[in-house]
Design a protein around this ligand. Structure first.
Ligand code: NAD
Length: 552
């Protein structure tokens, strides 16, 4: 077995690691030393000569060079990581999967004072007040350390090593938890094979007396039944409530049926629901939780890529009425959001591909690494190849999109400002979805058309460079998104846009791309909108090149 030590600078990873390795006659690997050996220069020199980005690249190569986790139940290797190694989602995937990961956790004041007395040069601390620097690092990194077993980083090494010894016999977990964060919009947990344990711990935190699982027939089959078995094996009485599949769950009469079922089960105000399903199920179950007894807690467990990167996060819940989709709803934040990428293995390819439309949107909002990831592996994800799941690429995509949404929503829960940016591509996208009667086009597919439209508008207004527009267009082409003209009329889309929810005092707020991100504008002239519509509906061949035509 490999034991991996993570934690802030000054938490004693090397000292503890050496002692632990000595006790087990295991190899000790200091990741920074390994990196220095490979690169042939000390870490402070790499930072000074090439900067942090290059250092992080070398660090990633060093993590990769560790090879597969050692399956021997005896401790064979103890690996002390640099404090920032686990920032990179792929490093975490490699370091936490099949290895016994331990977080040496110490108060920033204690670690800062320790570092102040140390002669080691720490590039991210140098020249700063060490306690303040450590406090900043702790705030930025805690969610990456938190999946590991937490042990207090006391001044004495022996008690730490003893505490560790007591737990090592458990061996590494079969699941891999990649991120755990307490946020203003609930606890967020992302990983693979984590669902049942994460739900169990959420229910314990809520002091629940039973597990009330809401699912639909398909998500019960692929996820719910396994979760129910695991929870029952852990001693939880389990109740199951099934909603209709897909969008059929989002009906007011379904909400009434579920509320009546909850009443029959004598569910009280303190009880917690667990929603297991795609965006439709989590929207409907979220609305039930927001309404029943004027609001009860809910744990959202999305089983689709759309659900994991978007729908189940952020507290928007809704059902449809004949007059329109999502017209009846409420804001209701879950107590926990659990994204388990293992569930994506059974998702139909079309669902995965469509969700990438939303992922491209999140990349355009300002995540260059996400952009590259979709450019490199998007097609493989859309084809349902095994590679992206095995390499942690799919998990990284989920984490990047989900965390970006957490940050936006935590800063602007009610969409008074920044949250509006998440609507990039959605004005024309929603128009197309509505014009198609929400039947033939999936949401992410519509967003891809909408993205093309938003870029064409921004080009017409000279807000975005041609090469950026061309890059997005080429990526959507490669993903096979928004390629063929949708079977909707321009007039119908235009009509739906005229009644869009993003209107404020009669003016429509457009989210439009710039060179590095997006801006919100309500002064978009009709000719630019016409250019956007033409590009989105694939009516103008020039739109393919990123060059918007102003022809309607
Ligand atoms: N609340 C929000 O902020 C928000 C954001 C985006 C979308 N949404 C809503 O989300 C809904 C779309 O969500 P969706 O794309 O997840 O679709 P969905 O919930 O309708 O699920 C799509 C299909 O996949 C099946 N499925 C679900 N998980 C599966 C799995 N793991 N394996 C195999 N099949 C599985 C379902 O049974 C269904 O047939 C829409 O109603 C949309 O309005 C809400």
């Amino acid at each position: 077995m490999d034991v991996v030590l993570v934690g802030l600078p000054g938490s004693g990873k090397s000292a503890v690691g050496r002692r632990l390795a000595g006790r087990h006659h295991a190899a000790f690997i200091d990741l920074d030393e390994l990196l220095e050996l490979r690169v042939g220069r000390p870490v402070p020199v790499i930072f000074a000569e090439e900067g942090e980005a290059a250092f992080r690249r070398y660090e990633r190569e060093a993590v990769l060079s560790l090879g597969p986790a050692d399956p021997d139940p005896q401790v064979r290797r103890v690996i002390a990581t640099g404090g920032g190694a686990v920032i990179d989602p792929r490093n975490r995937w490699l370091l936490y999967r099949g290895r016994f990961a331990v977080w040496l956790d110490g108060a920033p004041e204690v670690l800062g004072h320790r570092l102040g007395r140390s002669s080691n040069v720490r590039p991210l601390i140098v020249g700063r007040d060490p306690v303040a620097a450590i406090r900043d690092l702790a705030a930025a990194r805690e969610r990456f350390y938190a999946p590991a077993l937490q042990i207090g980083a006391t001044a004495q090494i022996t008690p730490i090593v003893n505490a560790l010894e007591e737990r090592i016999a458990d061996g590494p977990a079969r699941s891999v938890m990649l991120l755990r964060a307490e946020t203003a919009i609930g606890r967020v947990e992302i990983g693979q094979g984590i669902a049942a344990a994460a739900i169990g711990s959420a229910l314990r935190r809520q002091q629940a007396r039973r597990a009330i699982l809401l699912a639909e027939p398909k998500t019960w089959e692929v996820a719910g039944a396994g979760i129910a078995d695991a929870l029952a094996a852990d001693g939880w009485p389990v109740e199951r409530i099934l909603l209709p599949r897909g969008e059929n769950a989002k009906r007011i009469r379904v909400v009434e049926q579920i509320c009546r079922e909850l009443a029959r089960l004598h569910v009280d105000r303190k009880e917690t629901l667990v929603a297991i399903g795609g965006g439709a199920l989590t929207d409907a179950a979220g609305f039930v939780a927001a309404s029943y007894l004027r609001g009860i807690p809910i744990v959202q467990v999305p089983t689709t890529l759309v659900g994991q990167i978007d729908a189940a996060l952020g507290g928007k819940t809704a059902v449809d009425i004949p007059e329109g989709k999502n017209l009846v709803g409420a804001f209701h934040q879950p107590v926990a959001f659990v994204a388990d990428v293992a569930f994506l293995a059974t998702l139909p390819a079309r669902q995965l591909r469509a969700a990438l439309g939303e992922a491209v949107k999140m990349a355009v909002l300002g995540d260059e690494r996400l952009f590259e990831l979709i450019e490199e592996d998007g097609e493989a994800i859309a084809r349902r190849d095994k590679g992206p799941s095995e390499s942690g690429t799919l998990a990284e995509l989920v984490e990047r999109c989900a965390w970006a949404k957490v940050e936006v929503v935590a800063a602007d829960e009610r969409e008074a400002g920044r949250r509006m940016t998440l609507n990039l591509g959605h004005t024309i996208g929603h128009g197309i979805e509505a014009a198609a009667g929400y039947s033939s086009i999936l949401h992410g597919e519509a967003v891809a058309y909408g993205l093309r439209g938003a870029f064409a508008i921004a080009r017409a207004l000279e807000m975005v460079p041609a090469d950026r527009a061309a890059r997005v267009s080429a990526l959507l082409d490669r993903l096979g998104l928004g390629v063929t003209p949708p079977a909707v009329s321009r007039e119908a889309v235009r009509e739906h846009i005229a009644t869009d929810k993003k209107h404020v005092l009669g003016r429509l707020n457009w989210v439009l791309p710039t060179a590095t991100g997006v801006v919100v504008r309500s002064d978009v002239p009709a000719e630019a909108v016409a250019a956007g519509l033409a590009a989105a509906l694939r009516l103008t061949p020039v739109a393919n090149t990123g060059e918007a035509s102003t022809r309607p």
